[in-house]
Design a protein around this ligand. Sequence first.
Ligand code: SAM
Length: 278
Amino acid sequence: MLSYRHSFHAGNFADVLKHIVLVEMLEHLTKKDKAFDYIDTHAGAGLFSLNSTHARKLQEHSKGIDKLYATDWPELARYFEAIKACNSGEKLDFYPGSPMIARQFLRHQDRAWLYELHPEDFDFLQNNIGRDRRLKARHEDGMKGLLGLLPPASRRGMVLIDPSYEIKSDYQHVSDTVAKAYKKAATLGYAIWYPVVERERIKQLQRNFVKSGIKDIQCYELGLDADSNDMGMTASGMIVINPPWTLKEKMQKLLPKLVETLGEGKDAFFKCDVLVAE
Ligand code: SAM
């Protein structure tokens, strides 16, 4: 079942949090000359027009990236540069997906592995990355692909796991797959996105990570409103394994500002937690 299309949601508040964390992790990897591998298990189309019929239908970007102005966020300069690189003028016509953001950080020695199952989004992805030999797009299950790829040749890098959680078993599948991946490549960074639709599912997901034996796990969450089981996604979060040492301090300063800018009422909130210590 592949009914989810990210083109309806690109640039929403969840993308903002996810891509800020992604940029921080990628920037950290570029601090050493040594090559790294970027693995994106659920890559999506790579680039989204905010003027498309899909984007215009839900207008989710109006509650996300549209509310952030680069000049107010000097600490997010690299994130805004990645967005600017996908637009020709000052106007925000396109929002980059994770593959196009990652591409901005790749040097000649680095590689990106992009998995996407939806046939149409896979075609878009291939078109968007073009003939860039550093990026390899695969029309395959990203979770199986990840386990087959690890450990990567460089032995350095990060994995982004960004499913749509359409199937309830996806939550368990994510923690099981990460536990297996970590056994093969314990030094990589892992960033796992999750939506808060039913809080109990997230508590269970977090418990799975805590019980996994994996060390050094942080968790960042941004909620536009109080938890509710019948309002759809009201918050979203990122679980980060082996985070850059700078990440926590940065997120502690950023998240209150993001809540102030994107929150939709007095119950908007953030979380900045250590799930498992180093
Ligand atoms: N990571 C993207 C970004 O930040 O721009 C967005 C990804 S979107 C939330 C999830 C994508 O995963 C969808 O495009 C969907 O078609 C794809 N997908 C779903 N199951 C998959 C699987 N098992 N392997 C690879 N791709 C999958």
